[in-house]
Design a protein around this ligand. Structure first.
Ligand code: NAD
Length: 479
C-alpha cells in the first residue's frame, strides 16, 4: 500500500456534502492513498459570526497538509462577509489558478468539438492587489501591480505544467502595446523563461486579438498564461465555450498550500435531492491527485469518468434526449464511474498523467546591481476650475532646487504646455517636475511643501526614478 498523503477536506454547503461524499468514494475505489482531515467552512461558520467563513483551527490543518479539497460553499447575502476563496488564495499565497477547459463533444454540446486548453491565471497581483483610491471628487484610481518575482513564478509554473502534461505550446496574453511597463514586464519575463524551455513552442498575443482568436478557434491554443484580470475574464469565457461550466474543476497553487475545487457554486436549490452533478469537484480532485504525485490514480479516475460520460450516463444538467442513454442522480452517477474504474473511453481522448519531474528548473534571480536614480516627482492635484493654463501659472512658479515643471496632464493626456482646447479635463491633474541632472528626496519634499503652501490640495504623489538609466515612468499621451 502506497504511503497515504494527508489532505484537508471541506464538505461545504448546498450540494457540497453530496458531491464531496461521492467524489471521495470514487477516489477510494480508484485506489487513492489519502489520509483525510475534515474541516468545517462556509455558511455555518459565517453565521456563527466569523466573517471569513473559516475558523483559525482550520488554517492549522491546511498549513500542515498543504492540500485542500474544497466543496462549494454559500456566501451569505449582505455586507460584511468576505469571499473565502479570496481569503484562502491570498492568505496561503496561491499564486496560480489553473483551469482546464475541455469539450466533450458530441456527449456535451459545444461549438468547439476539439477544444482542450488550460488557462494559467496569475492570482495575486495586477489590478486585483485591490489598491484603489478616490483622488478627487471626480476621479478614482486602481493601481496595477506586476512584479518580476510574481511574473517569474506564474510563467515558470505554466511552462512546468506544459512539460509535465506533455502540452504542445505555451501562449501569453497581455497588452504591452499600451501598458508598456506592467504588461511589458510580464511579456519580457515570459520571453526570458521561454528560452529555458526550448522543447516547448511559445507565442504571444495582445489580449484583445488573442481573446477573439481563443473564442473563435480555441483548438489552436494549448496552455495560456495571463495576468490576473485577463485570466479571470477569459477563464470563464473558455469554460463557457467548452460547453461545460458545470463540469470544470480548478486548482489554486501556492508554495504553502494548494486548493482544488469545482468552478460552480453550492446550488442551494438543488441540495439534498440527489440531483447534483459531482463532475466539477471530481475533476478538481483529479488535479489534486496529479499535484500530490498520484498520477496513476488520477488517470484511473479521469478515464473512468470520461467513459461514463461517453456511455451517456448523465445527470439532469447535461442530459440530452438522443445523446444521453440514462438520466441518473448523484449517487448513481458515482456508482457508474466506480464500475468503470480501470476502463478507458473509446471515442473521447483518454488521458495520461506523468509523475512529477525530479529536478525543478532553477529560479531566475532579479539582478540586484541595478542603479536607481531619482529624477523628479509627479504631483497629482485637485484643481476644480479645470483650467490647465491657470494651474500651470501657479505650480510653474513653485519649481526650484533644479526641479522644473515639465508637463501637466489630465487622465494621461498632456494638457500643458501646448495642450488642445478640445481635450476634456476632469478636476484631477498630474504635474510632472523633473530635474535633468537628478534630484533627491529632500528637494522633492520641499517642492511638496511649496505646493501645499500655495493652497493646492495634493491627491497623490509618485517618485520618478531611472533604473540603469532607463526611465521607470511612462510619458503622457502627446508628450
Ligand atoms: P451555482 O453555480 O451554485 O448555481 C447556478 C446554477 O447552476 C444552479 O441553480 C444549478 O441549476 C446549476 N448547477 C451548479 N452546479 C451544479 C451541479 N454540480 N450539478 C447540477 N447543477 C448545477 O451559482 P449561484 O446560484 O450563483 O451561487 C450559489 C451560491 O454558491 C452562492 O452563495 C455563491 O456565493 C456560491 N458560490 C460558491 C463558489 C465556491 O464555493 N467556489 C463558487 C461560485 C458561487
Amino acid at each position: 500500500m502506497a504511503k497515504k498523503t494527508p489532505i484537508t477536506v471541506a464538505h461545504g454547503d448546498g450540494i457540497g456534502p453530496e458531491i464531496m461524499n461521492v467524489t471521495l468514494q470514487i477516489l477510494e475505489a480508484a485506489g487513492a492513498a489519502l489520509d483525510i482531515e475534515t474541516i468545517e467552512i462556509g455558511e455555518k461558520v459565517y453565521l456563527r459570526g466569523n466573517s471569513t467563513g473559516i475558523e483559525p483551527s482550520s488554517w492549522e490543518s491546511l498549513l500542515r497538509t498543504r492540500v485542500f479539497l474544497k466543496a462549494p460553499i454559500t456566501t451569505p447575502q449582505g455586507g460584511g462577509f468576505k469571499s473565502l476563496n479570496v481569503t484562502t488564495r491570498k492568505t496561503l499565497g496561491q499564486y496560480a489558478n489553473v483551469r482546464p477547459c475541455v469539450s466533450y463533444f458530441p456527449f456535451v454540446d459545444t461549438k468547439h468539438p476539439n477544444m482542450d486548453l488550460v488557462i494559467v491565471r496569475e492570482n495575486e497581483e495586477d489590478l486585483y492587489a485591490g489598491i484603489e483610491y478616490q483622488l478627487t471628487p471626480e476621479v478614482t484610481s486602481c493601481i496595477k501591480l506586476i512584479s518580476r518575482p510574481g511574473s517569474e513564478k506564474i510563467v515558470r509554473y505554466a511552462f512546468e505544467y506544459a512539460r509535465r502534461h506533455n502540452r504542445k505550446k505555451v501562449t501569453v496574453f497581455m497588452k504591452d502595446n499600451i501598458m508598456k511597463m506592467t504588461d511589458g514586464l510580464f511579456h519580457k519575463v515570459f520571453d526570458e523563461i521561454a528560452k529555458e524551455y526550448p522543447d516547448i513552442p511559445n507565442e504571444a498575443w495582445i489580449v484583445d486579438i488573442g481573446a477573439a482568436k481563443m473564442a473563435d478557434g480555441p483548438e489552436n491554443f494549448d496552455v495560456i498564461v495571463m495576468p490576473n484580470l485577463y485570466g479571470d475574464i477569459l477563464s470563464d469565457v473558455a469554460a463557457q465555450i467548452a460547453g461545460s461550466v458545470g463540469l470544470a474543476g480548478s486548482a489554486n497553487i501556492g508554495d504553502k498550500c494548494a486548493m482544488f475545487e469545482a468552478i460552480h457554486g453550492s446550488a442551494p436549490r438543488r441540495a439534498g435531492q440527489n440531483l447534483a452533478n459531482p463532475s466539477g469537484l471530481l475533476l478538481g480532485a483529479v488535479l489534486m491527485l496529479v499535484h500530490i504525485d498520484q498520477p496513476e490514480v488520477a488517470e484511473r479516475v479521469h478515464n473512468a469518468w470520461l467513459r461514463t460520460i461517453e456511455d451517456g450516463i448523465h445527470t439532469y444538467d447535461i442530459f440530452t434526449e438522443g445523446v444521453s442513454t440514462q438520466k441518473v442522480g448523484t449517487k448513481e452517477f458515482a456508482a457508474a464511474v466506480i464500475a468503470r474504474v480501470g476502463q478507458k473511453p473509446n471515442r473521447l481522448k483518454a488521458v495520461t498523467y506523468a509523475r512529477r519531474p525530479a529536478a525543478k528548473a532553477a529560479r531566475a534571480v532579479t539582478d540586484l546591481s541595478t542603479t536607481v536614480e531619482l529624477k523628479g516627482i509627479d504631483v497629482f492635484v485637485y484643481w476644480p476650475s479645470r483650467d490647465p493654463e491657470a494651474l500651470a501659472a501657479v505650480v510653474g512658479k513653485l519649481a526650484g532646487d533644479g526641479l522644473s515643471l515639465q508637463m501637466i496632464d489630465n487622465r494621461g493626456v498632456k494638457v500643458w504646455p501646448a495642450g488642445r482646447a478640445e481635450t476634456f479635463c476632469t478636476d484631477s491633474f498630474r504635474c510632472r517636475y523633473i530635474a535633468e541632472g537628478g534630484t533627491d528626496q529632500a528637494k522633492c519634499v520641499s517642492l511638496l511643501a511649496r505646493v501645499a503652501q500655495a493652497g493646492i490640495e495634493i491627491a497623490a504623489t509618485q517618485a520618478l526614478h531611472t533604473f540603469d538609466g532607463q526611465p521607470g515612468f511612462s510619458l503622457a499621451q502627446g508628450q
